[in-house]
Design a protein around this ligand. Structure first.
Ligand SMILES: [Fe+2]
Length: 154
């Protein structure tokens, strides 16, 4: 399989794909970290947080899929294997072991903010309304997830 597509891939598409790839690494990492929190959260808010973190994981995976397949649609090939994500994600890992609900909310909120902010910045530099629209949808959803995470248990 040569990987040759029957379409010409412009430099503009390559630039967009490069930007999308950076977001993809971060979104996959965010999904993995949210699942880690689902398994390791402890304390009186466990039932709600455990459930919420699973729903959030699924949402981040869906958004990662949307970004990856936009790379495909632009004529390029997404990278999403563990080794690449590990070395290229901009996020620092969560601490290992059990984490109190408050620490999970704080740690994940900070990471959601980091990915939402970098996605918004990348979207502003992309000169394609379709890709930009996808990225802004993702930012909207991440900011909503951050709010929902923060207000539960207040
Ligand atoms: Fe589970």
């Amino acid at each position: 399989m040569s990987g040759e597509l029957k379409m010409k891939v412009s430099d503009a598409n390559k630039n967009q794909a490069e930007s999308l790839q950076g977001i993809l690494y971060d979104l996959i990492d965010l999904a993995l970290q949210t699942k880690q929190a689902h398994w390791n959260v402890v304390g009186p808010r466990f039932p709600v947080l455990h459930e919420m973190l699973d729903t959030m994981t699924a949402g981040f995976h869906l958004n990662a899929d949307r970004v990856a397949e936009r790379i495909n649609a632009l004529g390029l090939w997404p990278s999403g294997q563990a080794g690449a994500v590990s070395s290229k994600s901009a996020l620092s890992p969560l601490p290992e072991g059990p984490q109190a609900g408050e620490a999970v909310v704080e740690g994940l909120s900070a990471r959601i903010s980091a990915v939402a902010d970098s996605t918004r910045k990348r979207a502003a530099k992309i000169d394609d309304v379709v890709t930009e629209g996808i990225l802004l949808d993702i930012v909207e959803e991440m900011e909503k997830q951050r709010w929902m995470l923060n207000v539960q248990g207040m």
